[in-house]
Design a protein around this ligand. Structure first.
Ligand SMILES: NC(=O)c1ccc[n+]([C@@H]2O[C@H](COP(=O)([O-])OP(=O)(O)OC[C@H]3O[C@@H](n4cnc5c(N)ncnc54)[C@H](O)[C@@H]3O)[C@@H](O)[C@H]2O)c1
Length: 342
């Protein structure tokens, strides 16, 4: 039976990944998290209620802040892993602008600590570092960034994620470790932090309040993203772990660089106004909204991000469910479980 360590397991995406692993594998999963303002063990316990005792027993919870090294005692407690999937990070852009150094600690120093632990792991088959589309900066209309395009961080959050990526590349080159990097776009799903656009919109529409739509300076063009459901991100991640042979054949396409990178992209590009309308429709409500020029007044926020998903598509992976169905599913679930809106 494979053993997998998921860092940031009490976070939003990682708890969906744990659920996906329980549903689709017989692996033993260890979650490591420090439970900060965005980490919430209730996510894991809530999600686990859908599983029987045998599946629940496959999950082990470890508390640790990765800013500190993994010492010998914790090392012994954790044991060896076949896979390590590193999602723990600070990810709030505004917070990174207020306090960049704490992001260096959480996203670069912490990545070095988990890589150091991983390199002592005798059974390690794959380490996956979860990065973001934001490392490429804003995407002009018509441009979708490929995995090996130039980086252009517009805020400390993205710079520290890019820093973590480069450490992962260095560990593969220096220590010959098997590492992949993924870039993911805006992720949504059940139990997301209520400050994020989709849960916030669900909540505002439910209360008949106006939704703020971030736009350009003319207040006519809304920002856009390729939104992707967290279960699809988890599915893409598992696909990478289960298709090593296929991937090794395309290694020549990485321009000689080791440490393959993969964009996990949502099914279609959608602007924030269309998205808010979808959320309103799923609640049978009229959308009230206000376009706000957020991007020119606040640093670090970009109007459009876009990634090219062709590499994963050519390998045989795309998200299986379209965005309208996914949004509808999340709206209905959230309305029924509205404790997650508070
Ligand atoms: N949410 C998105 O739209 C998105 C998009 C692209 C990439 N990502 C990346 O995916 C990963 C997960 O994002 P998320 O939205 O689920 O974030 P999240 O904030 O919900 O979860 C992050 C988790 O990491 C934990 N954590 C943070 N610093 C830690 C440390 N030093 N030691 C131990 N645990 C620590 C937190 O307690 C939290 O539980 C991050 O690496 C993020 O950069 C997210």
């Amino acid at each position: 039976m494979k053993k997998v360590l998921v860092t940031g397991g009490a976070g939003f995406i990682a708890h969906h990944l744990i659920r996906h692993l329980l549903l689709n594998t017989d692996w033993e999963v260890t979650s490591l998290d420090r439970l900060d303002y965005s980490g919430n063990l209730n996510r894991i316990s809530d999600m686990m209620t859908e599983f029987d005792k045998n599946k629940q027993k496959r999950v082990k919870i470890i508390f640790h802040d990765l800013k500190s090294e993994i010492n010998e005692m914790l090392e012994n407690n954790l044991g060896n892993f076949n896979y390590i999937i590193h999602l723990a990070a600070s990810s709030h852009v505004d917070r990174s602008i207020e306090d960049p150094l704490s992001f260096v600690m959480d996203n670069v120093v912490a990545t070095c600590n988990i890589l150091n632990f991983a390199r002592k792991n005798n059974n390690l088959e794959r380490f996956i570092y979860f990065s973001t589309d934001e490392v490429f900066g804003p995407a002009p209309k018509g441009i979708n960034y490929k995995e090996r395009d130039r980086y252009n961080s517009t805020n400390p959050y993205s710079a520290t994620k890019a820093g973590g990526e480069e450490l992962a590349v260095a560990f593969e080159n220096t220590y010959n470790m098997p590492i992949y990097i993924t870039h993911t776009m805006n992720v949504f799903g059940e139990r997301q932090h209520p400050e994020k656009f989709i849960p916030l919109s669900i909540s505002k529409i439910k209360k008949n309040k106006a939704v703020t739509i971030h736009s350009d300076e003319t207040k006519k063009i809304p920002g856009s993203r390729h939104y992707i459901h967290a279960s699809d991100v988890a599915d893409g991640c598992l696909f990478l772990l289960q298709n090593e042979k296929k991937i090794s054949k395309i290694k020549k396409d990485f321009g000689g660089a080791k440490c393959p990178k993969f964009n996990l992209v949502g099914p279609e590009e959608i602007n924030n106004l269309e998205l808010a309308k979808m959320i309103a429709k799923a609640q049978n409500k009229e959308l009230k909204y206000e376009m706000v020029d957020f991007h020119s007044s606040r640093p670090g926020h970009d109007l459009r991000y876009a990634l090219d998903g062709n590499l994963m598509k050519n390998l045989g992976w795309i998200p299986k469910i379209d965005i309208t169905e996914r949004i509808n599913q999340v709206v209905q679930w959230t309305l029924k479980n509205d404790r997650w809106l508070k």
